[in-house]
Design a protein around this ligand. Structure first.
Ligand code: EPZ
Length: 416
């Protein structure tokens, strides 16, 4: 089984470009179903989750071309409205395809995505909010059958500012009759990117980034070309990897507005950052200070950065406290870090990390996408060699991960 082999001890130095955002690309690829026309996307990361999403679109009848860094999706001949069960299980976030299929065809059939590495990933809020949009929902033999003669706009209040539910409702309402108002929505930057894309297509969406989104239904949409936003979680990951090694790197193609909660937490550990128009430089001290973290919906500290920060804090001076408020099973990476000598204890959704002077290399397994990146982060400073297996988790969400690390002076290679 493929694994990373990492020799600890090098400081990260040099310069890289960020990749396009996985979590903006997925809903925007789903949105390309709505137009029945051609969508051309630039800066889409070449990662497994995108590949699976494009495979689903092909199965639904879309024509997909991927050449010299762009993806061309023609959804004109799309003729199916059922997402295959096995692909739903492979990609939890494929539930947002349901909103787009419904939005265009007034019918969608999908199944429960099933739990994943970081939690149960229920879709009860998705189903509840689609019902509030007047969608008829029946369950039969494990399939969820959604239909509605004509989707009429409605006023919907979300119990929780769920990213996926916000995106699903936006997609299902674009071609509805009348106006849909959604309150208590997620405010993540990826939602703003989706709104910008939809309006470029001819939709009428406003309010993304605040807590009320309005969608005025339109009759048709047009061909569109669009450049995906930078991946703020990938950027945060490389910043933490630099911080733990006391290094100094520059990352280009950064939207500094999107990473405020990440850089402000990093500065609390003692690193310095210099933010230019679309790049960031980080200069890290030899020893980081311990800090406290609570994950929250945006603009709070992002749950997707919790694991990598936890890894970084295993060698900070002092004791750090992490409270994970979003997902119920996002501390599994900490048990792997104990193999390297990390001093951690977990009580429910609280992790206590007592900084140690040194970690030593170990054989570890990536438990999930961000947990895998966290283990690699710790391996960068561990004495000697570490191996990280199950790297398919990491390849789901990071483009050219080991190639970018080698460019930053890290000794990392693929092994079997
Ligand atoms: C999106 O997941 C992201 N994925 C996640 O990134 C990210 O961690 C999460 O938002 C929070 O920011 C994509 O955008 C593809 P939620 P999503 O609905 O939409 C519960 C990564 O590492 N919930 O905001 O699934 C849910 O279980 C991934 O890139 C319900 O209970 O997140 C979770 O506890 C991981 N019922 C909480 O809400 C529902 O119907 C937040 O979930 C839906 C969600």
């Amino acid at each position: 089984m493929t694994q990373y082999i990492i020799e600890g001890g090098n400081e990260l130095e040099g310069e890289i470009n960020s990749s396009g955002s996985k979590n903006a690309s997925l809903p925007i690829i789903a949105a390309s179903i709505l137009s029945g026309k051609t969508t051309t996307l630039y800066n889409v990361p070449n990662i497994q989750d995108i590949k699976i999403t494009l495979d689903i679109l092909r199965i639904l009848g879309c024509k997909i071309d991927r050449k010299n860094g762009k993806i061309i999706i023609d959804s004109g001949r799309m003729n199916k409205t059922e997402i295959p069960k096995e692909l739903m299980h492979k990609l939890r976030s494929s539930v947002i395809l349901a909103g787009a299929i419904l939005g265009r065809f007034n019918k969608a059939i999908f199944s429960y995505p099933g739990g994943c590495d970081i939690g149960g990933r229920p879709i009860d809020l998705h189903i509840k909010s689609l019902k509030k949009l007047g969608i008829n929902i029946e369950e039969e033999a494990g399939y969820i059958i959604c239909s509605r003669d004509k989707i009429i706009g409605a006023d919907i209040h979300l119990d929780f500012p769920s990213v996926g539910v916000t995106e699903n409702l936006m997609l299902a309402s674009v071609l509805a009759e009348g106006e849909t108002t959604i309150t208590n929505v997620a405010m993540e930057p990826e939602i703003i990117d989706l709104q910008r894309f939809l309006n470029r297509m001819g939709a009428k969406v406003s309010g993304a980034g605040e807590n009320v989104i309005k969608i005025q239904g339109v009759k048709k949409l047009k061909n569109v070309s669009y450049n995906i936003m930078p991946d703020r979680i990938e950027i945060g990951t490389f910043l933490c990897m630099t911080a733990i090694t006391g290094g100094n790197i520059i990352i280009n193609n950064v939207n500094n507005e999107d990473i405020k909660s990440i850089t402000s937490k990093l500065e609390e550990t003692g690193v310095r950052v210099k933010q230019e128009k679309s790049s960031i430089e980080i200069m890290a001290p030899k020893k980081l200070k311990a800090i406290d973290i609570k994950t929250m919906p945006y603009p709070g500290f992002p749950t997707d950065m919790q694991s990598v920060f936890g890894a970084m804090l295993t060698v900070a001076k002092g004791t750090s406290l992490i409270v994970e408020n979003i997902f119920e099973n996002r501390f599994r990476y900490l048990n792997e870090l104990k193999k390297m000598g990390a001093k951690v204890s977990i009580e429910g959704n609280v992790a206590i990390i007592k900084g140690v002077k040194k970690l030593h290399g170990a054989e570890m397994e990536a438990p999930d996408l961000r947990g895998g990146a966290a283990i690699c982060t710790a391996a960068l400073v561990a004495k000697g060699q570490s191996t990280v297996s199950n790297i398919s988790h990491i390849l789901r969400g990071y483009e050219n991960f080991d190639k970018k690390l080698r460019k930053l002076n890290v000794q990392i290679k693929l092994g079997t």
